[in-house]
Design a protein around this ligand. Structure first.
Ligand code: 5GP
Length: 207
C-alpha cells in the first residue's frame, strides 16, 4: 500500500489590486489537487461573498475564542480587521496529499515561516503604480481619500516583498498563472517528495 505524499504548503501574498484573487480562482479551477484554505475574518462580507466559501465570517468575540482555544495556525490584524487560518483545515488537506495555498498577509507569512520552514512563499506585484491606481480606483465611485488610503495600504504591504521566496509581476494574467503553476510543479519534484512518492521504485533501482 502506498501512503499519500504530504502536500506542499504555499503562501500567496500581494497588495490588493495586484490580481491575486483572479489568479487563485484560475489556479483552483485548473488543478483539483490544489486547495485554498478558507480563513476566518471579523470583517463584513462584501457583495457576492459567501460564508464558508470566501471566508468564515465571525464576530470579534468568536475570533477571540478561537485564539484562546489555539485553533489558529496564524492570525493577524490586517488594517482594521482580524484574519486567521485554522490549523485543522490546513493539516487535514496536507495529510491527504493536497497542496494548500494560504492567501494571507506578510504578518501571517512571518508566523507560518517559523512554524513550517519548508513553506513556499510567493509575492505578487502589480505591473506599475499607474495600473495599481487604476485597479484600486474600481468603478470610480470612491472618494479620492478612500483611494489614497488604499494606495498607502498597497505600498505598506508591498514593502515586504523581499521576505518571500518567489516574486511574480502580474503584467499578463496567463503568464503569471503559468509561473504560479511552475512553482507548484517544481515543489512536487523536490527530493524529499519524490523519495516518498517513489520509495518502491528507488528501492528497486538501488537494490
Ligand atoms: P480582504 O479583506 O481584502 O479579503 O483581505 C485583506 C488582507 O487580509 C489580504 O492581504 C489577505 O491576504 C489578508 N488575509 C486574508 N486571510 C488572512 C488570514 O487568515 N491571515 C492573515 N494573516 N491574513 C489574511
Amino acid at each position: 500500500m502506498t501512503t499519500a505524499t504530504r502536500g506542499n504548503l504555499f503562501i500567496l501574498s500581494s497588495p490588493s489590486g495586484a490580481g491575486k484573487s483572479s489568479l487563485i480562482k484560475a489556479l483552483l479551477e485548473k488543478h483539483q489537487d490544489i486547495k485554498m484554505s478558507v480563513s476566518h475574518t471579523t470583517r463584513a462580507p462584501r457583495p457576492g461573498e459567501n460564508d464558508g466559501e470566501h471566508y468564515h465570517f465571525v464576530s470579534e468575540a468568536d475570533f477571540n475564542a478561537l485564539i484562546l482555544s489555539k485553533d489558529f495556525f496564524e492570525w493577524a490584524k490586517v488594517f482594521d480587521n482580524y484574519y486567521g487560518t485554522s490549523k485543522a483545515a490546513v493539516e487535514e488537506q496536507l495529510n491527504q496529499g493536497i497542496d494548500v495555498f494560504l492567501d494571507i498577509d506578510w504578518q501571517g507569512a512571518q508566523q507560518v515561516r517559523k512554524l513550517v520552514p519548508e513553506v513556499k512563499t510567493i509575492f505578487i506585484l502589480p505591473p506599475s503604480q499607474q495600473e495599481l491606481a487604476n485597479r484600486l480606483n474600481g468603478r470610480g465611485q470612491d472618494s479620492q481619500e478612500v483611494i489614497a488610503s488604499r494606495m498607502a495600504q498597497a505600498k505598506s504591504e508591498s514593502s515586504h516583498y523581499n521576505e518571500f521566496d518567489y516574486v511574480l509581476v502580474n503584467d499578463d494574467f496567463d503568464t503569471t498563472l503559468a509561473q504560479l503553476e511552475h512553482i507548484v510543479m517544481a515543489a512536487r519534484m523536490e527530493l524529499s517528495a519524490q523519495q516518498s512518492r517513489h520509495a518502491a521504485l528507488i528501492r528497486d533501482l538501488l537494490r
